[in-house]
Write a protein that binds this ligand. Structure first.
Ligand SMILES: Nc1ncnc2c1ncn2[C@@H]1O[C@H](COP(=O)(O)OP(=O)(O)OP(=O)(O)O)[C@@H](O)[C@H]1O
Length: 263
């Protein structure tokens, strides 16, 4: 059970709550002619700073496409993605690469570690590429908090799936990014590792003041977040706060039955 993670959440939002990122009327089309697919169809979402937001929706509703556009890995066909005040669409290749490296942390399903680098080298990779020295005290605290201090010299193949994910979380947090994006991070984990990863992502927000956006199909994972954004056919189809396992199941069920009625 994960329902007690984040049990003390309290989410209030008003016009002064700062935004970490925004998607404004975003369209993303793939292909052309008869094969054209509109993966995002005028999507508008506000992502509040220092919050944990889940993105949910049926398969094909545009979740990964949105996350990739938000993280500057893919480009919207039209509309705007703002990271703080920065319009990602206005950046050239070099600035976009630097923005991704310096302002966004990534946690993907398989950890996405480089196999020939040790855990420590993987954690330091972003800082090394940027020519920065990692903040040693911050790094040591993170690694300790994540329980991987004794695994720093191991290669990814010598780590468990859960340990690889912890390394990925440490790497994502090292540069204190403006935004951490997680794509189905619990998808390949057993329930204990999944719970532990969700606790870590929750701690990123509660203890380190980070902003986390996570795509998930898992109601138990969504139930530890502050806010759930539902997508349908490439558009926002609802937002609800302080989700519980039950409320997630209910809202996702409603969305699915509404889709059947209108199909
Ligand atoms: N590179 C691509 N080329 C063509 N179509 C694509 C491409 N990437 C995604 N799509 C299409 O865009 C739509 C949205 O895909 P996306 O992967 O964002 O959905 P999703 O909600 O993340 O799905 P899932 O839950 O199955 O991962 C789908 O119809 C998909 O087939």
């Amino acid at each position: 059970m994960t329902s007690d993670i984040g049990a003390s959440r309290s989410v209030t939002t008003d016009s002064t709550t700062p935004l970490a990122a925004r998607a404004i009327d975003v369209v993303r089309e793939y292909g052309s002619g008869a094969g054209r697919v509109r993966a995002l169809d005028g999507l508008t979402i506000d992502l509040f700073a220092q919050r944990f937001t889940a993105i949910m929706g049926a398969s094909g509703s545009g979740k990964s496409t949105f996350l990739h556009c938000l993280a500057g890995l893919d480009q919207a066909t039209s509309g705007q993605i703002l990271l703080g005040e920065t319009d990602l669409g206005s950046l050239g290749d070099e600035s976009l690469t630097a923005t991704r490296r310096d302002r966004i942390g990534f946690v993907f399903q398989d950890g996405n570690l480089l196999p020939h680098l040790t855990a420590a080298e993987n954690i330091d990779l972003g800082a090394s590429l940027a020519g920065h020295r990692p903040d040693r005290a911050w790094r040591a605290g993170l690694v300790e908090h994540l329980g991987i201090s004794d695994r720093m010299r191991h290669l990814p193949a010598q780590l468990s799936g859960g340990q690889r994910q912890r390394v990925a979380v440490a790497r994502a947090l090292l540069g204190r990014p403006d935004l951490i994006v997680a794509d189905e991070p619990t998808g390949a984990l057993d329930s204990a590792s999944s719970r532990s990863l969700l606790e870590m992502l929750r701690a990123c927000v509660d203890d380190y003041g980070q902003t986390v956006v996570m795509v998930t199909h898992d109601p138990a994972a969504a139930a530890v977040t502050d806010e759930v954004v539902l997508l349908k056919d490439g558009r926002a189809a609802g937002v609800f706060r302080t989700p519980t396992h039950e409320s997630v199941l209910e809202r996702v069920g409603e969305l699915a039955s509404h889709s059947e009625e209108t199909a």
